[in-house]
Ligand binder design. Structure first.
Ligand SMILES: [Zn+2]
Length: 151
C-alpha cells in the first residue's frame, strides 16, 4: 500500500492516543492491518525490484514518503488534527514497516530478515492480487474512508 495511505491511517489513529510513543506503535501495527487488504501494487513492486530498475523504486518511495508527510502537515495546518504530535508519531510509525522492509531489501536481506519475511507474508494473508488500477481505487477508497471516519 502506498505510504501516503499508511501515513493517513497512522495519523488518524495516532491523533487519538497519548503519549506519542503509543501513537507511533499503534501506527506501526496499523500498517500490517492495512497491508492485508489486496492493494494492487505488488506486481509493480516486483517489476521494479531488479538491479537496473531499483532506482525507480527508490525514487517512487521517496516521492511517496514526502507526499505522505506533506499531506499530514497540510492536514495539521488545516486544523484537522487536534493532537499534531500524536498524528505525526502515528504517521511515522505507520510508514516505518515499509522503510525497514526497504532497507532489508537494499541490504539483500542482511538487515532484519525475519521482519522483512513477516512483512511480506502479511501481504499474502488474503492471497488475491488485483491490478494496479483497481488497487489504486481500493487505496483511494480506504484513504477517503479513513478521512471520513476520523472527522
Ligand atoms: Zn507494507
Amino acid at each position: 500500500m502506498f505510504l501516503i495511505v499508511h501515513a493517513t491511517v497512522g495519523a488518524a489513529i495516532g491523533e487519538r492516543l497519548e503519549p506519542p510513543a503509543f501513537s507511533f506503535w499503534a501506527g506501526f501495527l496499523s500498517h500490517f492491518v492495512a497491508d492485508i487488504i489486496p492493494h494492487g501494487d505488488e506486481r509493480s513492486g516486483r517489476l521494479l525490484f531488479c538491479p537496473e530498475r531499483l532506482h525507480w523504486l527508490v525514487i517512487l518511495a521517496i516521492i511517496d514518503g514526502l507526499a505522505a508527510m506533506s499531506l499530514i502537515a497540510v492536514l495539521w495546518l488545516g486544523g484537522f488534527f487536534n493532537n499534531a504530535i500524536g498524528a505525526m508519531a502515528g504517521a511515522l510509525g505507520a510508514i516505518m514497516p515499509d522503510v525497514l522492509a526497504g532497507f532489508s531489501e537494499l541490504s539483500h536481506g542482511k538487515l532484519w530478515p525475519h521482519f522483512a519475511r513477516f512483512h511480506e507474508r502479511n501481504h499474502k494473508l488474503i492471497n488475491y492480487e488485483i491490478p494496479l488500477v483497481a488497487g489504486g481505487v481500493v487505496q483511494f477508497g480506504f484513504f477517503l474512508v479513513t478521512i471520513y471516519l476520523s472527522r
